[in-house]
Design a protein around this ligand. Structure first.
Ligand code: G6P
Length: 609
């Protein structure tokens, strides 16, 4: 969603801000803007992409060694020039960029209108910048104090960066519920909503915590809490390189990330699978409670929720612990029953999804032990949980999640195996065999990636259809859901995932000669049943694209097309069968001329509910 960049130092701020905004494009946005301070303040903003903003600015003055930039994903007010950030206060004293939502903005707005303020936009952000200015002018206080006092009146979430034109040697930043990272350079500082715009300048960063306020000058970073308690910045090192956020030789980030999976899965189990044992340091303290759990609840959104479903199958089969999987957005609001001895596992690529964070809070308040499986190091979810596992898949830039999914499933697999072994529901022999099979997954994915041209060819045959159905049973059911989601997200073709046996309770009515049905059918106990499902589709004239094991003799005779994947242990099949589906969606979307890395209306990190 919205992205923030900021710079203060001895270099011209404008190019640094624009490059930073381009790095943030992946988050999803619909307008962009910058502000530079060089004696006077300049604010440029417009609806559209960062390239539209560059055109809009053209030859206008971009001088300044201090500046802020923003990409906006509309929440309050449509995407237009007036609603784009930065927002300037009525008397011009403050300029502000904001991620998040000020929930009590309409009450604050009414009060400001009573005190003579007029508003140019429909945003909650303009209310905040005017509130800060009102307090600053009325109370004759410093900019920092005005920000602090204003934020105490605010209900909601924010990541903010503020310029005060009267105090032109500093930026002020504040965070509550929406991430902010400060990059520490030599005589310069960078600000961003995630580390991607910072990495090309410095690897030293300070992550702001909720209720922190930072005053940032060229030579100094001063941190205080909202209650005005000073504290020393904790400088950390970013754990990825600039190469990881470049497309390299690939046309799109999504394709690059699909092709990275052999390595990202290796990175996920590197150091954690040694000889024939699994070590998960982040779960060490939680292990006794996990082993004795009566119930595990796994929560997540989008693709992470699909990984959670695979987790349910894994945990129930190997650890014999009862599992419930819930959408975080449902779990947080419904009157869910949470016991003190429940374990809640939150899965999130970004570690910032608002619904997942709120669900974690609810579970914690009910006394459950909450653990996290996250990709982005230093993000909010790992801080809000009592332990967990980083997926270490590296930065995922494509909005449609690919390598994060397989990394999440790999982590869930390792936890299930370890729990199974410790609870003695999994024999040592099976545990060791399984680890051996897990280690072979990366090279098996390499084999599937060699078939890329085939996926492209099949994609070209079906790029113009309006509907797709995805079917699977057992471990392949969550994969069917994930395959359908990938297609919807990036190609805008309607697609549904279903448990194969449920087809006859509804989707079968949709099947006709124009309807491709993707069936995920590795050799497993329900193989014969899925063959029958395929026959049912064929009997109604449907087109079957099947994902099968190499050497499959039966389905390859009846399906219209088959994608072969190497055989593996059944519980590991999602890691392989999802790859052809990711590539099929990718090629269909490219052939339809869609913006694969930044699909319309979607955001990478959903920081609002
Ligand atoms: C958005 C993204 C999806 C992601 C979902 C959950 O919808 O576009 O790719 O699966 O959020 O995000 P999370 O970061 O919590 O995994």
């Amino acid at each position: 969603m919205c992205g923030i960049v900021g710079y203060i130092g001895d270099r011209p701020a404008y190019p640094i801000l624009m490059t930073g905004l381009k790095r943030l494009e992946y988050r999803g946005y619909d307008s962009a803007g910058v502000s530079l301070l060089d004696g006077d303040a300049k604010v440029y903003k417009c609806k559209g992409k960062v390239s539209d903003l560059e055109q809009h600015i053209g030859e206008q003055d971009t001088h300044g060694f201090l500046g802020i930039g923003h990409t906006r994903w509309a929440t309050h007010g449509e995407p237009n020039n007036a609603n784009a950030h930065p927002h300037q206060s009525q008397n011009g004293n403050f300029i502000l960029i904001h991620n998040g939502i000020i929930e009590n903005y309409s009450r604050l707005k009414e009060r400001l209108i009573d005190r003579g303020y007029n508003f140019q936009s429909e945003t909650d952000t303009e209310v905040l910048v005017n509130l800060i200015e009102y307090i600053y002018l009325k109370g004759k206080v410093s900019a920092e104090t005005a920000v602090r006092l204003a934020l105490r009146k605010v209900i909601g979430a924010y990541g903010l960066v503020i310029i005060c034109t009267d105090e032109p040697d500093q930026l002020i930043a504040a965070r509550k519920g929406s991430p902010l990272v400060i990059g520490v350079g030599k005589g310069e500082y960078f600000l961003a909503s995630d580390a991607t715009p910072i990495i090309e300048h410095t690897k030293s960063v300070v992550y702001l915590n909720d209720n922190d306020i930072a005053v940032i000058r060229k030579e100094e970073l001063v941190l205080n809490t909202l209650e005005n308690n000073h504290f020393t910045p904790k400088v950390q090192t970013i754990d990825f390189d600039i190469g990881e956020i470049d497309k390299g030789e690939f046309e799109h980030f999504m394709l690059k990330e699909i092709f990275e999976q052999p390595r990202s899965i290796l990175d996920t189990f590197r150091g954690r699978v040694k000889d024939d044992k699994i070590y998960l340091g982040g779960l060490f303290e939680a292990m006794p409670r996990l082993e004795n759990a009566n119930r595990i609840i796994i929560i997540g959104c989008g693709t992470s929720w699909h990984a959670a479903l695979v987790g349910e199958y894994l945990f129930e089969e190997f650890a014999r612990i009862s599992v419930e999987v819930e959408y975080a957005s449902e779990f947080r609001y419904r009157s869910s029953v949470i016991h003190k001895d429940d374990i809640v596992i939150a899965i999130s690529q970004s570690g910032e999804t608002a619904d997942t964070l709120a669900a974690i809070k609810k579970a914690r308040e009910a006394g459950a032990l909450v653990l996290g499986i996250c990709n982005v190091v230093g993000s909010s979810i790992p801080r809000e949980t009592s332990g967990g596992v980083y997926t270490h898949a590296g930065p995922e830039i494509g909005v449609a999640s690919t390598k994060a999914f397989t990394a999440q499933v790999t982590v869930l697999t390792m936890i299930a195996m370890l729990l199974g072994k410790n609870r003695k529901s999994l024999s040592d022999q099976k545990y060791r065999n399984f680890i051996g099979e897990l280690k072979k997954v990366p090279e098996k994915i390499e084999e599937i990636l060699l078939l890329n041209d085939l996926f492209h060819r099949i994609a070209s045959l079906y790029k113009d259809v309006n509907n797709f159905l995805y079917l699977g049973r057992g471990y392949s059911f969550p994969v069917a859901l994930e395959g359908a989601l990938k297609l919807k997200e990036i190609s805008y073709i309607h697609a549904e995932g279903y448990p194969a046996a449920e087809m006859k309770h509804g989707p079968i009515a949709l099947i006709d000669k124009k309807m491709p049905v993707v069936v995920i059918a590795p050799q497993d106990a329900s193989y014969d049943k899925i063959v029958s499902n395929i026959q049912e589709v064929k009997a109604r004239g449907g087109i079957v694209i099947a994902v099968v094991n190499q050497g499959d003799k039966t389905i390859s005779k009846i399906a219209d097309h088959v994608f072969e994947v190497p055989s593996t242990d059944l519980a590991l099949t999602p890691l392989l069968t999802v790859i052809p589906l990711q590539l099929l969606s990718y090629h269909i979307a490219v052939l339809r001329g869609c913006n694969v890395d930044q699909p319309r209306n979607l955001a990478k990190s959903v920081t609002v509910e």
